[in-house]
Design a protein around this ligand. Structure first.
Ligand code: FAD
Length: 381
């Protein structure tokens, strides 16, 4: 598949980038790209460092909720060529043991995630220097600046200076770790791409629960994506033998759904967030955005809207601090903290609900209550 959209940003390598930037952004996911876009409005030069080769491939369901779509409106909305069939997919609970399905009114635009990421990248302007296949190994700060250590395959370690750094490095959260900020656990995720006859599955994003699956098994899901279905398994931190446990879930689902041969299997990770203290905006001149800051729904696993919105807020906060020539080390962080308040409240509410929703009792209660009510609660989660 051709993932190239028009490119306006400036490609650099670890060896050829400048010594000093107004801002360095770590990670070219939705949070990092929005952060870089925000900074680029006020900064002369922004460096965006990405560990993977671009365009990248990130394991994901590619389900965009209405908040993601709203965040993308200023960019003309999502291009049609990444939308898959069926276009809209509704969220549905499936309690397999009780054989109860609850279809909700919550719907998602069904997109190809790799194309989506490639398109986001194409939005970056020329004053964003993008350095791919390069990892940020360390970040140190003084009251006046941040020093970011870069590491790439061919170049030696290189240090770049900046007024601010926005870490949008996803569940790996290297910068958060290097700064000694509160760490989080990680779920292990497995996604299987399985052939289906086009139109063979109903237009639902099924979230499947069955008690007979391993106790490490958090939740399973299944969604149609053109002539492929994604079958996903989410395992609690510390799970061993996830491949075999995923295979058991897949075998079980094959009895229920018309699934063809497997094409690909991939494993990834996702932040396992438990308390509001896991939501960390940053420290000094370093701001954390997206999943690396803890901005992801613990109840639904939905992270794209939180990444887009937190990235946007972080970028704007840095841009404002730089245009005001505010030299205080925490000028941008204070603005960012302030903008983040509603998002933090929203995520804290989900964290409060999570133990109930995740419990055996909660799953059984959901089977008993009327579907419109399940739908209403899901809208908030
Ligand atoms: C299996 C799975 C399915 C999902 N499905 C959905 C879905 O359907 N809808 C939804 O809304 N959300 C979904 N999510 C969540 C969503 O994908 C993430 O929350 C979202 O991509 C987070 O965006 P981000 O920009 O914060 O981080 P990421 O998209 O993870 O991007 C972080 C980037 O930082 C780079 N990086 C990491 N460390 C370094 C470093 N040291 N130096 C340089 N670069 C670095 C990484 O290579 C990566 O490209 C899913 C997650 C998983 C795991």
């Amino acid at each position: 598949m051709d993932l190239r959209y028009g490119k306006r940003y400036t490609a650099v390598s670890a060896g050829s980038c400048e010594d000093r930037y107004d801002a360095v952004v770590v990670g070219a996911g939705p949070a990092g790209i929005m952060a870089a876009l925000g900074c680029a409005r006020a900064c002369q030069r922004v460096l965006l460092v990405e560990a993977a080769r671009l365009p990248r491939e990130k394991s994901c369901g590619g389900m965009l909720n209405r908040y993601s779509l709203r965040a993308l409106e200023p960019f003309g909305g999502v291009p049609e060529d990444m939308v898959l069939d069926p276009r809209w997919v509704h969220f549905r609970y499936y309690h397999m043991d009780a054989r109860v399905k609850k279809a909700t009114r919550v719907r998602f635009l069904n997109v190809d995630r790799a194309r989506f990421d490639a398109w986001l990248l194409s939005l970056l302007p020329a004053n964003v220097h993008v350095c791919e296949a390069t990892s940020v190994a360390d970040v140190r700060q003084t009251p006046r600046e941040v020093r970011v250590d870069l590491r790439s395959g061919c170049a030696k370690r290189r240090t770049v200076q900046a007024a601010y750094c926005i870490a949008a490095d996803g569940p790996r959260a290297t910068v958060r770790e290097r700064l000694g900020l509160r760490p989080f656990d990680r779920y292990l995720t497995v996604q299987e791409y399985v052939r289906i006859e086009a139109g063979a599955l109903e237009p639902y994003f099924d979230c499947v629960y069955a008690r007979r699956l391993s106790r490490d098994y958090g939740i399973g899901y299944l969604m149609p994506k053109g002539d492929i279905a994604i079958v996903g398994s989410i395992f609690y931190p510390g799970t061993r033998d996830a491949d075999r446990k995923h295979q058991e879930a897949l075998d079980l689902l094959r009895r229920e759904y018309p699934l063809g041969p497997s094409v690909k299997r991939e494993t990834w990770m996702a932040a396992h967030l438990r308390t509001p203290a896991d939501l960390v905006a940053g420290q000094g001149r370093v701001l954390l955005a997206g999943e690396g800051g803890g901005f992801l729904s613990c109840t639904s696993g939905e992270g794209i809207s939180f990444a887009l919105n937190s990235g946007c807020m972080a970028g704007r906060a840095v841009a404002r601090a730089l245009s005001d020539k505010d030299r205080e080390a925490c000028a941008a962080l204070e603005r960012y903290e302030c903008a983040l308040r509603p998002m933090k409240r929203n995520l804290a509410f989900r964290m409060g609900m999570f133990p109930l929703i995740n419990s055996y009792m909660g799953k059984n209660v959901a089977c008993l209550i009327p579907t419109p009510l399940v739908s209403k609660v899901t809208e908030r989660l």
